[in-house]
Design a protein around this ligand. Structure first.
Ligand code: CAA
Length: 248
């Protein structure tokens, strides 16, 4: 074991929002393990973090859609750094299309990556969190799990499901020093948003009262707040962070 810092695992850590979350948690003193999907991109990404002085960030490559792979990844991480005390479920994909055109593959890929993965990761860390009597789980959902979104029955279902899991698990762990919360970002300036056709994207931006996209750093600040050891009384909550686009 190389260090004694509290260990945080951020799935989707090399992505747009994930990168800011990793850096925010590293700034707050955690040993961060960034989950990734693309090994080549992850290596380059890690070099950038190191060049920028983030020595307490490492990468952890796990196929989140596989329960066994998650368990193995968590065991490897524990041997190297100690038990994972903070889990941020930030991995997510879109396969947009209206239902009448959506293939079963588009549905299944999104449910597997965005929702089944959350069972796999939470299940893989929960026993050690219970043993330690301490844990912080933050599920990164979406405004579109709150209000639905044209062209996203798959994504909206997965993201709404995520918060159901949050509320149930929060009850199961409430007396065990573990908090479980959902963060629901609106449209944040990342590559995922840039994939939306420009005309559609601009129309969406017009519906945001603040008339701008959010920044990954704005999400990261909220995640670091929820992950804080001293922040032990917020659990089962959903926190919207969307520039006023949806007020539920
Ligand atoms: N509400 C109602 N009608 C709409 C609509 C809306 N929001 N958007 C489009 N339509 C209408 C169109 O006007 C069009 O109508 P006509 O046929 O009468 O002209 C019809 O629906 C078809 O629309 P498109 O031309 O857009 O159809 P398409 O097949 O080319 O594209 C789509 C469908 C891929 C879903 C496209 O609309 C799209 O990309 N939408 C954006 C989806 C979106 O917001 N994704 C978010 C990704 S980012 C993310 O998910 C992160 C996060 O958490 C926020």
């Amino acid at each position: 074991m190389t260090q004694q810092k509290t260990v945080a695992w951020v799935t989707g850590g090399t992505g747009g929002i994930g990168t800011a979350i990793c850096r925010g948690l590293a700034d707050a003193g955690y040993q961060v393990l960034a989950g990734y999907n693309n090994p080549e991109k992850a290596r380059t990404w890690l070099e950038t973090q190191r060049t920028d002085g983030y020595d307490s960030i490492d990468i952890l490559g796990v196929d989140l859609t596989s329960y066994e792979a998650c368990q193995n990844g968590v065991n490897e991480a524990r041997e190297k750094y100690g038990p994972i005390s903070v889990l941020v479920n930030c991995a997510g994909i879109t396969r947009d299309g209206t239902l009448k055109k959506m293939s079963p593959d588009q549905w299944n890929e999104v449910i597997d990556t965005n929702l089944n993965s959350v069972f796999n990761t939470c299940r893989s860390v929960i026993e050690s969190m219970l043993e330690e009597n301490y844990g912080r789980i933050v599920n990164i959902s979406s405004i579109n799990g709150r209000k639905g979104q044209f062209g996203q029955v798959n994504y909206s279902a997965a993201k709404a499901g995520m918060h159901g899991l949050t509320m149930a698990l929060a009850q199961e762990t409430a007396t065990k020093g573990i908090t479980v919360n959902t963060v629901s970002p609106g449209y944040i300036a990342t590559d995922m948003i840039m994939k939306i056709p420009e005309k559609v994207r601009e129309a969406i931006r017009e519906t945001i009262p603040m008339k701008r996209y959010g920044t990954p750093e704005e999400i990261a600040r909220l995640v670091a707040f929820l992950a804080d050891r001293d922040n032990g009384f917020i659990t089962g909550a959903n926190i919207d962070i969307n520039g006023g686009q949806f007020m539920g």
